[in-house]
Design a protein around this ligand. Structure first.
Ligand SMILES: Cc1cc2nc3c(=O)[nH]c(=O)nc-3n(C[C@H](O)[C@H](O)[C@H](O)COP(=O)(O)OP(=O)(O)OC[C@H]3O[C@@H](n4cnc5c(N)ncnc54)[C@H](O)[C@@H]3O)c2cc1C
Length: 390
């Protein structure tokens, strides 16, 4: 059997794999790039199962800068991704993000706000009365205030993913529907991948964009990543009382978050310590009634009456070292590049990550240096500090 050869093979064609393929074709159009994706429908990809939120409000400066770049890209995304004059419809809605702050998290919240403002971000501090004035349904009692990012918002994640994918294909990237069974190596160098069908594909570089499956596939090349698939659930609620305007994505210090969805439903989630590790997509409505309903009704008393309409589960690729991205070449295996471990905030990082991985592979200068996220920190056990992660 003839072995196919590419310059770059990307394992996983979710938002990371597709954006990397796009930036690769944009900057080095002569490269032969293959993206291997096992799920044509993307029905299990985190990219399509996410809350689809984009925000500037992080506490770690590079994460803020990554989001600033995302804002820039998303502004013109539909035009940039147009193929034959037709662009994707990403339904970008800048309806804001509101982080409620209590006494306990006041100092880190103030520090984060100051740093975001220094970077030129549009972020406001609201006293509890302002919160009530803006969103009369909320009960801000017990909070010292909130930070509000008016430009944060949400979009159609599937639309963004398809935008990158279609554009990359139009520029010459090849998307292959198959499952990668193994990343192959010879000594200290990656040689390509072997598919589940047994077919071997050789490549100069392999990029691991396998999302929640990234550790499983990395381990076939002897690379152990501190990334686990962790189930997170989202619930769609039909509340009896409807807000008179869209609610921003609102975060409570407990980790609960909710926002208005198109059609007037409320989407709600909460990351919990006991969320199960493993590949599973079942969702549990009892979890909402047992753990979340009361807390929601305390903050939004008018939401005490509601109907749970549906829900779903998706996977965080949870970086157990520090919940942040792992970006770059694995120090002990030449040619294996990682774009992994995004936990709950990877969607908004896809533009900056795709561009950065492309620059790394092509040895180009970095428009935004993300080497702080290098995998070396895993080997040195040096976690990054970010408190704004849910
Ligand atoms: C409930 C939930 C809410 C979230 N909310 C947000 C949010 O509001 N904002 C935000 O920025 N982020 C959010 N995230 C996180 C975000 O969705 C992810 O960080 C991001 O989508 C990761 O993209 P990815 O391309 O790495 O992974 P994925 O989208 O999962 O893509 C990985 C792809 O790799 C494929 N694959 C895996 N293994 C193989 C293999 N061996 N062979 C071939 N193909 C393979 C899979 O089929 C999959 O399509 C959320 C995630 C969840 C689960």
């Amino acid at each position: 059997m003839n072995c196919k050869t590419y310059d770059i093979v990307i394992v996983g064609g979710g938002i990371m794999g597709s954006s990397t393929a796009y930036y690769m074709m944009k900057t080095a159009p002569r490269l032969r790039v293959a993206v291997i994706e096992m799920d044509k429908t993307y029905s299990r990809a985190s990219s399509t199962l996410s809350m689809a939120n984009v925000r500037i409000q992080f506490s770690f400066r590079p994460n803020v800068q990554i989001s600033q770049y995302a804002f820039e890209v998303l502004e013109n995304f539909e035009e940039e991704m147009a193929v034959d004059g037709t662009g994707p419809d990403i339904r970008y809605r800048r309806e804001g993000n509101l982080f409620m702050v209590n006494e306990e998290n006041q100092i880190p919240a103030n520090n984060a706000l100051k740093m975001q403002q220094e970077l030129g971000c549009d972020i406001e501090w609201w006293a509890p009365e302002q919160v009530r004035e803006q969103f009369p349904l909320y009960n801000p009692e017990g909070y010292v205030g909130a930070s509000f990012g008016p430009k944060d918002g949400h979009l159609d994640a599937y639309g963004v993913l398809m935008g990158y994918r279609a554009k990359a294909i139009s520029m010459g990237a090849e998307f292959i529907h198959a499952e990668v069974a193994e990343i192959t190596r010879s000594g200290k160098r990656v040689t390509g991948v072997r598919l589940k069908s047994g077919e071997e594909i050789s490549a100069g570089a392999v990029v691991n964009c396998a999302g929640a499956w990234c550790s499983a596939i990395a381990s076939t090349a002897g690379v152990e990543l501190p990334v686990q698939p962790v189930k997170r659930q989202i619930f769609a609620l039909d509340t009896k009382v409807k807000p008179d305007r869209p609610l921003p994505l609102t975060y409570l210090p407990s980790g609960m978050y909710f926002r208005t969805e198109t059609g007037g439903l409320i989407l709600l989630g909460k990351s919990m310590q006991e969320d199960p590790v493993g590949i599973s997509f079942s969702w549990d409505e009892q979890r909402f009634y047992d753990f979340l309903w009361e807390e929601l009704a305390e903050f939004v008393p008018e939401f005490a009456e509601l109907k749970l309409v549906r829900g779903w589960a998706g996977l965080y690729a949870m970086n157990t070292l520090d919940a942040n991205a792992i970006l770059g070449e694995w120090p002990e295996l030449d040619g294996l590049f990682l774009a992994n471990g995004f936990s709950g905030h990877g969607l908004q990082q896809a533009p900056a990550v795709g561009r950065y991985i492309t620059e790394l592979i092509n040895l180009q200068d970095h428009a935004l240096d993300l080497s702080i996220f290098s995998p070396e920190r895993i080997l040195k056990n040096q976690p990054l500090q970010e408190t704004g992660i849910y």
